[in-house]
Design a protein. Structure first.
Length: 261
């Protein structure tokens, strides 16, 4: 038994050596355990999985988007034909394109459901106000990602839908005309519009979404999961008393004067 136990410990040491090596130099293993193995309220339900479902949909969009980018040509002469080639010639291209096309709608719908659950459960209250604002920004970027991707097939539906979307943006006060001209890349929709939308769809907007998702997850882990409204435990935290700083009536309540005898 002693020999078997010693051999087992040696095997465990060899198997865990890569993890120990990474942990000693980066601390990533400890952070991963901190993220995965944390306490959550006992009375949570499936409603709390909507955020994870939206994250899964975004990961699917990212993977399928990388596959499509390998065969797509972002220029007006070959954009539509490359989409047709993906759908009809590339192995399982029809499946990947369908997952990416319909997954965009699924991603937006799941984000709306997740924010509705957050609002109804009161998870936007102290101390989670910052995470709520980050979620709003994620929703805006997600809708922008869908808008920029709609033009890429470069067919009649995509072209005229983009014309309508840009004209709607142009009606905004002050910045509307400048925003429309920026999106079009000029006075009319053309080759510059397609390349700009492709750059936004593939680089800028996904990068912003990934950065905000990382910050969003960090705050979720740091502040904890919100209990449902019917839970016996409080959903938020008690706001601490502040003894200094801030103007009375805005941050600190105004001092009350004792009546004279």
């Amino acid at each position: 038994m002693a020999v078997k136990s010693t051999r087992r410990r040696q095997l465990e040491t060899v198997a865990l050596y890569p993890l120990d090596w990474v942990e000693e130099r980066s601390g990533l293993v400890g952070y991963t355990k901190w993220f995965l193995f944390r306490k959550v309220p006992r009375d949570i339900s499936w409603a709390q999985t909507l955020g994870a479902a939206a994250l899964t949909a975004f990961i699917v969009q990212t993977l399928t988007g990388v596959f499509l980018a390998m065969y797509y040509h972002p220029d007006p002469e070959h954009a539509y034909s490359s989409v047709v080639n993906i759908t009809e010639e590339v192995t399982l291209g029809w499946l990947v394109r369908g997952m990416h096309k319909w997954g965009a709608s699924v991603f937006i719908i799941l984000m709306f459901f997740h924010m509705a659950r957050t609002f109804l459960f009161g998870a936007y209250k102290y101390p989670r106000e910052l995470n709520w604002m980050i979620g709003v920004l994620l929703l805006v970027l997600g809708m922008l990602e869908g808008f920029t991707g709609y033009l890429l097939p470069w067919d009649q539906t995509a072209y005229w839908a983009t014309v309508v979307g840009i004209n709607l943006n142009a009606t905004a006060p002050f910045a509307g005309p400048f925003l429309a001209q920026f999106l079009q890349g000029g006075l009319n929709i053309g080759p510059d519009t397609l390349s700009k939308f492709y750059a936004l769809h593939m680089l800028l907007v996904p990068g912003g979404i990934m950065a905000l998702i990382g910050l969003h997850l960090y705050l979720v882990v740091r502040l904890g999961v919100t209990s449902p409204p019917w839970s016996k435990s409080a959903a938020g935290r008690v706001r601490p008393e502040t003894n200094g700083g801030g103007r009375e009536g805005l941050i600190r309540p105004p001092a009350t004067e004792e009546p004279e005898a």
